[in-house]
Ligand binder design. Structure first.
Ligand code: NOJ
Length: 563
């Protein structure tokens, strides 16, 4: 080999491929029915989202993830899909979808859609056929139908419980029972059936061909099941280890499904991406995040942590290790459509700041949690901590998932009358759990007017009066608003983004975290009450106003030494 050739080869090996877009993306979750309503029927729709494309562009996000917009009876906010390859007519048409994708792609925003493979809607043609064709029919094989137990099969085949409360088996008119891990209107599909597998491949191809960049996979850990009889009892299931062989949860064989999906994703250029919603043991997350499987997995640890330095540090350390184990990048999330918004969680007293501690207002300002606690709620403290937590998260290596409305500092809406609630968790728990509607109330775009600019009519969930001061219209004009902070942070994040590592810097305080990214970008968060001296460093951006070089409590600053 000549010296020239050697140099060339050497140079070639040094040319680094740009990292795939999703590894450190900021992804904004849209809950389509509550984002923007173009036709005034009270439900958000695809043309509504398109009409707000400039807003999304100005926010500085890399991608949008859309919760389901497919035809649905809305038994579970759209996670009960009646037709996987179509748009709910109330939300638009496939043509509207194409226009939306074009509007977002033109602005450099990628599009991720939600795939719900564990269950369909009971209105799906397959389930309707299964009901019509009766016991023993081929159509029943696509779902999980069994005979009941007890006299004349009048008891369910097992005492399993649905994730939303109540029994996991329901009986149909001819006496057979079917399994639904969630609501009764969400029958579980039979993933041992080749037609089920083939049909989801067709769905993934359908949306990939339409230009979708990636997929979020709903309950990715529950598709495959070992339904050998006799069925174990719920108590036995609960006692079994979730080590890949559990009959219902996180089975090793689910990755055979995802290997097929991966081959399909990789047949596109660029490869389509996927992120797993997988509630599994920490040690098993890398299986889903592996490049041979879905490629990335949600990590809900930050969302489950309190606003606490120790907890945040542990979560970051553990998840960077996990990401390294799979070769994927980590994901971070503080709010989504299933949990109490983080501005509200952080406004509750310490022990109650849990994502499922659903607050509801009883008398004026008295907040009552599902656990029956009546804590004093501090809205402003919650917002301040939420801004600090968000700026901490956006400085981390990996991808950050943001949920619509959090960029406005929106709180959970607790004051929804029971008569207007929609979430099955409210109904199936007999009202004990007030459900997830409080984080799904339609966006306030304007300070006044019909549904605060959400649409020309009333919104499908009632918006409280206080939405006015969190509206885009109000916040756009205020340089200190949460919206202004998100815009600055997301813009700056793109410029500062660097290799996927961090180094912790000792602060001498156990309530202050500080880390440095490889290009010198530093993130400092003061979780405590006492100010922390920044020793001359001038923040590029801070989550609350900083006086001189002293970082006040509940505040994050981004610092670039030498600037
Ligand atoms: C997880 C989704 O995030 C949630 O909203 C839904 O209710 C369940 N999966 C069932 O599909």
């Amino acid at each position: 080999m000549t010296i020239a050739q050697a140099l060339t080869t050497d140079n070639l090996t040094k040319v680094e491929e740009p990292a795939p877009w999703w590894r450190q993306a900021s992804v904004y979750q849209i809950y389509p029915r509550s984002f923007a309503d173009a036709n005034g029927d009270g439900l958000g729709d695809l043309p509504g989202i398109t009409s707000r494309a400039d807003y999304l562009g100005a926010l500085g996000i890399d991608a949008v993830w859309m919760s389901p917009f497919y035809p649905s009876e809305l038994a579970d906010g759209g996670y009960d899909v009646a037709d996987y390859r179509n748009v709910d007519p109330r939300l638009g048409t496939l043509g509207d979808f194409d226009l939306l994708i074009e509007a977002l792609h033109t602005r450099g925003i990628r599009v991720v859609v939600d795939i719900v493979p564990n269950h369909s809607s009971d209105h799906h043609v397959w389930f309707q056929d299964a009901l019509a064709d009766g016991r023993g029919s081929a159509s029943r094989e696509r779902y999980i139908f069994r005979e009941g137990s007890g006299p004349e099969g009048s008891e369910p085949p097992a005492d399993w419980e649905s994730a939303f409360g109540g029994p996991a088996w329901s009986r149909v008119a001819d006496g057979q029972w079917y399994l639904h891990s969630f609501a009764e209107e969400q029958p579980d599909l039979n993933w041992s059936h080749p037609e089920v597998r083939a049909d989801f491949l067709a769905t993934l191809r359908f949306w990939s061909d339409r230009g979708v960049d990636g997929f979020r996979i709903d309950v990715a850990h529950m598709l495959t099941k070992d339904l050998t009889e006799p069925f174990p009892s719920k108590a036995m299931l609960d006692a079994m280890p979730q080590d890949g062989q559990h009959p219902l949860i996180d089975r090793d064989d689910v990755h055979e499904v995802y290997a097929e999906w991966r081959a399909l994703f990789n047949s596109y250029d660029p490869p389509r991406t996927a992120v797993a919603e997988a509630w599994v043991a920490r040690s098993r997350v890398p299986l889903y995040a592996s490049p041979d499987s879905l490629g990335q997995a949600f990590n809900f640890d930050l969302l489950e942590a309190d606003f606490d330095a120790d907890q945040f540090r542990t979560v970051v350390r553990d998840n960077l290790e996990l990401a390294a184990a799979s070769g994927s990048s980590s994901t971070w999330v503080l709010s989504n459509h299933d949990v109490v918004r983080h501005a509200t969680r952080y406004g509750l007293p310490h022990p109650d700041r849990l994502p499922d501690g659903r607050p509801s207002v009883k008398h004026g300002s008295e907040w009552v949690l599902s656990g029956g606690v009546s804590p004093e709620f501090q809205a402003a403290d919650g917002e301040r901590r939420a801004r600090a937590a968000t700026l901490f998260m956006l400085g981390l290596p990996g991808s950050s998932y943001l949920y619509q409305g959090e960029e406005l500092g929106l709180h959970e809406v607790a004051e929804i009358p029971d008569s207007q609630r929609q979430d099955p968790t409210f109904f199936r728990s007999g009202g004990a759990d007030s459900g997830r509607d409080g984080c799904r109330v339609p966006m306030p775009w304007a300070a006044s007017g019909s549904s605060f600019g959400f649409g020309p009519g009333d919104a499908h969930l009632p918006q409280p009066e206080w939405f006015s001061r969190y509206s885009v219209e109000v916040e756009e004009g205020d340089p200190d608003s949460t919206l202004s902070l998100y815009r600055q942070a997301l813009g700056l994040r793109r410029k500062l983004q660097t290799a996927e590592t961090l180094e912790w810097i000792e602060t001498g305080r156990n309530d202050v975290l500080r880390f440095r990214r490889p290009n010198g970008w530093e993130v400092v968060t003061n979780f405590g009450l006492t100010a922390f001296p920044l020793d001359g460093a001038r923040p590029l951006l801070a989550s609350s106003s900083v006086d001189g070089d002293s970082l006040p409590g509940s505040t994050t600053a981004w610092v670039m030494p030498g600037t």
